[in-house]
Design a protein around this ligand. Structure first.
Ligand SMILES: Cc1ncc(COP(=O)(O)O)c(C=O)c1O
Length: 407
């Protein structure tokens, strides 16, 4: 394949912006914590101050900052009392953390297949997967878009099953004009280094339920609630130390000063990509649900249809993009086929607990053909690409035109 002429060095305006973005705001806030000598949330104010701001941003009554997004999911499942043998419905098109959190409790992840047009969990498949053992549903807002959240919440409401929003990728995303997170019983966010809001590592749980918020605080604080003096070494439940540091709290507050302007820029450039790809038969952006009123664009995802390009595989397309200095990736492999599931079930005696050939039966019930196909077709651009200059998008257009021309 001939792309050599196109692999000339990209100018600054053509390159993908580096991430994270920071300046003296971050430097000052972290230095302030350093000099205060109050580095943990127990004696500082930076984490609590961030929690208040993030609760305001999401419109949730309560926000608890935690060590990372995985911890946020663990706290949410922990306060709901998820335990061995409980079934938790999750989408297969997600990062492994969603499933790992369920497995931490020796609970059973049950996959509800995705909608091929959005890559978000399909409420019809959720309904089919519910059994008397179902104890929670995790709706992931994949890539910062939102699927049929209202239908999933309604399914949960009718059957008295709590819905956790995994909004790890969805800061500022909205459903019916309101920020994601507090629509369900609990919402979980990640502030890991690649995320649209970043403190290296970090996470948050939001909720409108005051009793669950108190429990969440105790869970993340090694079982110690906001106790009265004299009761601090008496414990109601098992928890862990999942606390965020004051440095991260301060960093997050500084990073929040840019979150809105960055989101607007991403959305503007996503529109440019929508128009660009709209002209190419075979490259189709995944859409969001009608009631998703704001897409956070942690990723820009589109479908590569090999049949429209003479059967040339997606890998060749990705290679061609790379040769034009356009970083694109294939995204997730089908999670339901990954060996960690059988290995975990085997090593923790699930067969002993749930009967012979349990994994084989589980496997049959969790096949998810739509996800398997989607994992073979999706292409991702990352959120920092969406912060680029017009020259970068001109470069992408050129790269795609060259690909189309090759036929
Ligand atoms: C959908 C989803 N859930 C959970 C997580 C876990 O977050 P963290 O990496 O902060 O533990 C991630 C992180 O990438 C994620 O994408």
């Amino acid at each position: 394949m001939q792309y050599a002429a196109e692999t000339a060095k990209a100018t600054d305006a053509e390159t993908v912006p580096s991430w994270p973005v920071f300046d003296e705001r971050e430097e000052d806030s972290v230095t302030r914590v350093l000099k205060s000598a109050k580095w943990g949330r127990g004696n500082g104010t930076a984490v609590a101050s961030f929690e208040e701001r993030y609760a305001n941003l999401t419109g949730a009554k309560h926000c608890l900052a935690v060590a990372n997004g995985t911890s946020a999911l663990i706290v949410a499942l922990g306060v709901l009392g998820i335990g061995p043998g409980d079934e938790v419905i999750v989408p297969p098109y997600t990062f492994i953390a969603t499933v790992n959190a369920v497995l931490r409790f020796n609970a059973i992840p049950i996959f509800a297949d995705i909608d091929p047009a959005t890559l978000q969990m399909d409420p019809k498949r959720v309904e089919e997967q519910i059994t008397p053992r179902t104890r929670a549903i995790i709706m992931v807002h994949m890539a910062g878009g939102v699927g049929e959240l209202g239908q999933v919440i309604e399914i949960g409401r009718k059957r008295n099953i709590p819905v956790i929003e995994d909004a790890a990728q969805a800061h500022l995303a909205e459903w019916q004009g309101k920020h994601v997170g507090p629509h369900g019983t609990l919402g979980c966010f990640s502030f890991q280094a690649s995320k649209n809001l970043n403190s290296g590592e970090g996470g948050a749980v939001v909720t409108n339920d005051s009793a669950l918020a108190e429990k969440a605080f105790a869970f993340h604080n090694n079982s110690r609630g906001r106790t009265q003096p004299g009761t601090e070494f008496h414990y109601e439940m098992s928890g862990a130390n999942l606390r965020l540091t004051e440095f991260q709290g301060a960093l997050l507050t500084a990073q929040m000063s840019r979150i809105e302007s960055q989101a607007l820029r991403r959305a503007g450039n996503a529109k440019v990509l929508d128009q660009m790809l709209g002209k190419v038969d075979g490259l189709t952006p995944y859409r969001v649900a009608k009631d998703c009123t704001r897409n956070a664009y942690h990723l820009y995802m589109f479908r590569y249809d090999a049949a429209k390009f003479g059967g040339k595989p997606r890998a060749a397309f990705l290679k061609a993009m790379a040769q034009h200095k356009v970083p694109a990736s294939a995204g997730y492999a089908p999670l339901q086929d990954e060996p960690f599931l059988q290995n975990t079930f085997d090593s923790r005696g699930y067969e002993f607990a749930y009967g012979k050939n349990y994994f084989r039966k589980w496997r049959k019930r969790n096949d998810c053909p739509v996800n398997r196909k989607a994992c073979g077709e999706a292409v991702w651009f990352t959120q920092n690409l969406l912060l680029g200059e017009p020259a970068l998008f001109a470069r992408i257009e050129k790269a795609i035109a060259a690909w189309v021309k090759m036929g």
